[in-house]
Design a protein around this ligand. Structure first.
Ligand SMILES: C[S@@+](CC[C@H](N)C(=O)[O-])C[C@H]1O[C@@H](n2cnc3c(N)ncnc32)[C@H](O)[C@@H]1O
Length: 343
């Protein structure tokens, strides 16, 4: 596979700007469900427009753009899936389809278009573009929040095997997934480690869905779902998983979360932070760079961010913890496990 950062670095400005237009077409097609409508065979633009409620004229121009770039293939005025089309299908939890939908429907596109707002004012481009901060926007628009949740589940489902492989869970008896959402990562960890007891910790609004998901995975007897705030306290456990939690918060808030973990963790326990780690100079993946830009437009200048090894070490030092090691996982999404022990 081509190294993604080299592929982007090698694009001339014309191609780079063209990619933004094509990616908008990909997002619209996925959000209308067009790739999935073509699994039984090619259809005309008029038929696709009728099925999706779109205008046939503009839709046919988008279909032409997707045909030119290999996502679709045109035969006798009908469009079918092209060589890259399968990658857009909804499929299961591990389909990138859910991440693409997030760009269109959760307004990530509009946020990145307002990047200059963040650069000039330090404010959140997401709030500027959408009229309100992201999690408030989700609370008031549950359909939008559901698209975001599916995108998060996609990432977690893709990286879970690599996290499990990296962390040697056999040394623990209990593991708490802090801000664990619907429990995708916790369920994966418990399924391959039958000796472990699990705790799912999140806000109360998330708990019913987490309980249902863990029940469906047959894990009700081995899990406790606990509602609370990680700024106040977390339940006792041997190991704490924090995936995509610290990158949502500024340093002082991260230290509050980590201090709660330190207060509750057993003396030989571990805090396992699952995040992308920013490297030095060109030693940073495209995934980490893009994730940091997402954090920038979502949270503004002094809020959410991806961090370097030194920055994680500083957060742990300030929280009564010590950085033990950083384990890169082999997942394409470039997550690492940043492991800390109690001092
Ligand atoms: C970006 S999501 C990450 C979810 C999950 N760890 C994953 O990677 O898919 C952040 C999670 O933190 C939870 N959360 C936000 N504030 C919280 C708080 N004060 N206490 C506990 N959980 C919180 C949210 O409900 C959400 O599930």
């Amino acid at each position: 596979m081509t190294d993604p950062i080299a592929a982007v670095a090698g694009l001339n400005p014309q191609s780079l700007l063209a990619a933004t237009r094509i990616s908008a077409c990909v997002c619209v097609a996925v959000s209308l469900g067009i790739p999935d409508l073509l699994t039984d065979g090619p259809k005309t633009a008029a038929a696709l427009a009728a099925e999706t409620g779109a205008q046939a004229g503009p839709l046919s121009r988008i279909l032409r753009a997707l045909t030119a770039t290999g996502y679709l293939a045109e035969q006798a005025n009908s469009f079918g899936l092209g060589p890259q089309g399968d990658s857009l299908l909804a499929g299961g939890d591990t389909s990138v389809h859910h991440w693409i939908r997030m760009f269109q429907e959760v307004s990530f596109f509009r946020s990145h278009a307002e990047l200059k707002y963040t650069v000039m004012t330090g404010g959140s481009a997401y709030a500027h573009a959408n009229g309100q901060e992201m999690f408030l926007h989700f609370a008031e628009n549950p359909d939008v929040g559901a698209v975001f949740d599916r995108a998060m589940t996609f990432e977690t489902a893709v990286i879970a095997p690599a996290v499990i492989e990296s962390c040697a869970f056999s040394r623990f008896r209990s593991v708490a997934d802090v801000g664990g959402s619907h429990g995708t990562l916790l369920a994966a960890v418990l399924t391959v480690n039958p000796h472990l007891h699990g705790i799912l910790f999140d806000r109360s609004r998330v708990i019913p869905a987490a309980e249902a998901a863990l029940a469906e995975a047959g894990l009700t007897d081995r899990t406790d779902c606990v509602a609370g705030s990680f700024f106040k306290s977390v339940p006792a456990a041997d190991a704490y998983l924090l995936k995509n939690i610290l990158h949502d918060w500024p340093d002082d808030r991260c230290i509050e979360i980590l201090k709660c973990c330190r207060a509750a963790v057993n003396d030989d326990g571990r805090v396992l932070v699952v995040e992308r780690v920013i490297g030095h100079g060109t030693d940073t993946s495209l995934q980490a760079i893009c994730a940091d830009l997402d954090m920038l437009v979502l949270g503004g200048a002094d809020n959410a961010r991806e961090r370097s090894e030194e920055e994680y070490a500083g957060l742990f030092d300030a929280s009564g913890l010590r950085l033990e090691r950083i384990i890169p996982t082999d997942a394409d999404l470039d997550y690492s496990v940043v492991e800390a022990a109690a001092v």
